[in-house]
Design a binder for this molecule. Structure first.
Ligand SMILES: [Zn+2]
Length: 244
């Protein structure tokens, strides 16, 4: 009995030491991971941007910030190219969009445009529609409009009206889930000069809810930097101007 009791004691010590080592290793791993993440996030914000690769005065049109505080000018106009199903996009963006769709299809991904260029009247109608949806869900008209504005912009404050944005889904949701298309775009759109404009983690900065379908053309050099650093357009432009 005595020997058994001695072995039991040794066993308990061994188990205790093992648990202690495991806890220490886990803490070290978590701390290292967190530190690594912080370091990466810091470098994303502070590393200088290769401006030569990004912007000359001629590129301003593609880096234009369009939001509630930065509406398009009253006399804004753009040359548009018509796509299938009546959609339209800035003619300068068209070849990149076409190439992105061609490459996606060759990889078994079948994207489809659900919204593209919108006039002021169409943008207002989009906002009205969203507002009605929230009223139908029981919101007061004021609250409904406030909520709707996080989904649809006022006229002249939407990238769609500039002809620089497209909403993309799958050709047939019963055959291919839009999530599959959105995942492909998330990893590949920057190669063609497009960015996922409203990711969920940036809604505090962009003021727009998560929109996995909304892609904005900014040019290939800017899109690659934005993708690589995990920025949104507002953060990117802030760094770019800070270095001026
Ligand atoms: Zn959109």
């Amino acid at each position: 009995m005595k020997r058994k009791s001695g072995l039991g004691c040794t066993g308990a010590v061994v188990i205790f030491v093992c648990i202690a080592v495991m806890v220490t290793l886990t803490v070290m791993k978590l701390t290292g991971g967190a530190l690594g993440r912080i370091k990466t996030e810091m470098s994303l914000i502070t590393d200088p941007i290769d401006k030569d690769a990004v912007s000359s005065g001629d590129d301003d049109w593609q880096l234009m910030l369009i939001d509630a505080d930065n509406p398009l000018p009253d006399d804004f106009s753009v040359n548009l190219t018509s796509l299938a199903n009546g959609h339209k996009i800035d003619s300068r963006v068209y070849p990149y969009l076409q190439k992105m769709f061609d490459d996606a299809r060759s990889q078994g991904i079948f994207p489809s445009i659900s919204s593209s260029y919108r006039t002021s009247a169409e943008q207002q109608s989009e906002l009205d529609q969203k507002t009605r949806e929230f009223i139908n869900q029981g919101c007061s008209p004021e609250d409904a409009l406030k909520k709707a504005k996080t989904w649809a912009a006022l006229p002249r404050t939407s990238e769609h009206q500039a002809g620089l944005a497209v909403d993309i889904t799958s050709v047939d949701a019963s055959v291919q889930s839009p999530d599959i298309v959105w995942n492909w775009l998330k990893s590949n759109a920057h190669k063609y000069g497009f960015i996922r404009r409203y990711p969920p983690e940036k809604s505090g900065i962009t003021g727009i809810s998560n929109e996995p379908w909304h892609y904005r053309y900014v040019g290939q050099a800017a899109a690659k930097e934005i993708y690589k650093r995990g920025l949104c357009l507002e953060e990117y432009l802030e760094i770019l101007h800070r270095e001026d």
